[in-house]
Ligand binder design. Structure first.
Ligand SMILES: *Cc1c(COP(=O)(O)O)cnc(C)c1O
Length: 390
């Protein structure tokens, strides 16, 4: 399927896009484990290196298997270009290094992946780039935090672990009215449930490690956007800095994409059943899930997402001791911080993903002692319910 990809639906593109059959007539997508590529003659080598002729050169920045994954994910997000990276973090790092310079400024939602906070505060800051953090649902706080040097706004929606929903369209409009870009980490929804570029975002980030793989096998990431925005300086970071995805991992991810839509549907269904069930349990104080009518941004979630996702968090009485007891009593759920797997996982955010925050920061972020996060997998939902009964 080399042409007219935008005529097909997401489910078809997820299975077909990006594979240009080789002379071997293979049906399945091939893996190319080769570090470099051979030229017909010296003149062709020169033309490839100077970008006069497109084609493979060296797998740090051109590999046919990686390219299938890139073209497929670009098609799903409705983008011109995708750059695959070695991890979700290297996707964010490469975007920052490609787009920012000393003296620039980022405004970020404070409800983002902890390691991303560490990247902004501990690494990017060393190069004279400051980040201001704001509550993701407070539009006026975003507006007030923008400075003359602000280059982009950065967010995740739904957020981890409280599933707060940021208004992508409103924030894209705000960013553009102030001459900035909007960068959205679309890890939790994937293009199967939410396509930020169609809502006005400029760049989408992925940790492919999560739902794109879907079975917890490989680490990888991606940057998605227009050729103009990411094809030059951001691709340049990958080409020169080597934040490269391996062909083997790319193959795992592109096979993962083939089942993405049906997996996401099943994750949403199990999560929704479990969230509603948890709400009725006497030991549960509060459930956070965008699909519940009690969720403060339920209407917004309905507008910008086509499903409510697989992440559910809930608070129980009895603080950390009770939360740890419940976690330790499970047999089906895996006690691990990974998410987006067919296997359901359970974590205590206060002492794992968010342990580095001060008590005050945790309180502000709504991470209580009794909070538990589930990444709801694809096991039988009745078995999952039974596993959570205390
Ligand atoms: C896991 C995760 C990342 C980082 O991805 P890695 O592949 O682990 O580097 C970034 N953002 C979100 C929302 C994540 O869940």
């Amino acid at each position: 399927m080399a042409h007219k990809e935008n005529e097909y639906s997401l489910q078809t593109l997820a299975i077909r896009a990006g594979h240009h059959r080789t002379a071997e007539s293979e049906h399945g997508e091939p893996i190319f484990p080769t570090s470099s590529f051979v030229f017909d003659n010296a003149a062709q080598a020169a033309a490839r290196f100077s970008d006069e002729e497109p084609g493979n050169i060296y797998s740090r920045f051109t590999n046919p298997t990686v390219r299938i994954f890139e073209e497929r994910l670009a098609a799903l997000e409705g983008a011109e270009r995708c750059i695959a990276t070695s991890s979700g973090m290297s996707a964010i790092l490469s975007t920052c290094l490609g787009l920012l310079k000393q003296g620039d400024h980022i405004v970020s939602s404070r409800s983002i992946f902890g390691t991303t906070v560490g990247l902004f505060n501990g690494i990017i800051s060393k190069f004279g780039i400051e980040t201001s953090f704001v509550p993701s649902t407070d539009l006026s706080a975003w507006e007030a935090a923008i400075q003359p040097g602000t280059k982009f706004l950065f967010l995740e929606t739904p957020s981890n672990p409280l599933t707060e929903i940021a208004d992508i369209k409103a924030l894209a409009d705000l960013a553009h009215s102030r001459g900035c870009l909007l960068v959205v980490d679309n890890c939790f929804c994937t293009p199967a449930l939410q396509r930020p570029l169609t809502l006005g975002a400029d760049i989408v980030i992925h940790s492919a490690t999560k739902y794109l793989d879907g079975q917890g096998r490989c680490i990888g990431g991606a940057i998605v956007g227009s050729e103009e925005l990411i094809g030059g300086s951001v691709f340049g970071i990958l080409r020169t800095g080597g934040t490269t995805m391996s062909p083997f991992n790319a193959w795992v991810f592109l096979k993962g994409l083939e089942t993405l839509s049906i997996r996401m549907k099943a994750h949403c269904e199990n999560a929704s059943i479990l969230a509603n069930w948890l709400q009725e349990q006497s030991f549960v104080k509060h459930v956070h899930y965008p699909g519940l009518k009690t969720h403060p941004q339920h209407e917004l979630a309905k507008q910008q997402q086509s499903g409510f996702g697989g992440i559910v968090s809930f608070e129980i009485d009895g603080g950390k001791k009770a939360a740890w007891n419940l976690i330790d009593s499970t047999n089906v759920f895996s006690i691990t911080a990974n998410l987006g797997d067919t296997k359901s996982t359970i974590t205590h955010p206060g002492t794992t993903t968010h342990w580095k925050l001060t008590d005050k920061e945790r309180k502000e972020a709504g991470i209580t002692e009794g909070l538990i996060r589930l990444s709801v997998g694809l096991e039988d939902v009745d078995d999952l319910k039974r596993d959570l009964i205390i």
